[in-house]
Design a protein around this ligand. Structure first.
Ligand code: FES
Length: 100
């Protein structure tokens, strides 16, 4: 069982689940596009632990960055990633106050 600790919480990845899927399942907001290691949009900062890749991803990433869409988490990791929609306005437009 692989434990992932983010900025806001800890959870265990399910068998066969990608890190990106696990983050989404647990309410984290991660931007993504390709979900295949090509674009680099999903990059996150790895604070502790290690991940591996079946094949080197095509996206350029820094030494402390990982791509949760295509990495394999092989040991407990700690990453910078926030859960929820903290700081954003609610989606219901009738709750907005427009001041023209
Ligand atoms: S979503 Fe494109 S590299 Fe992860």
């Amino acid at each position: 069982m692989t434990t992932v600790t983010t900025t806001d919480r800890s959870f265990n990845l399910l068998k066969g689940e990608s890190l990106l899927d696990g983050l989404e399942r647990t309410g984290h907001e991660v931007e993504y596009q390709c979900r295949g290691g090509y674009c680099g949009t999903c990059r996150l900062t790895l604070l502790a632990g290690k991940v591996s890749y079946d094949e080197p991803p095509l996206a350029c990433i820094g030494q402390s960055e990982i791509l949760p869409c295509c990495c394999t988490v092989t040991e407990p990791i700690r990453i910078e990633c926030r859960a929820g929609r903290q700081g954003e306005l609610p989606l219901e437009t009738d709750q907005y106050i427009f001041d023209f």
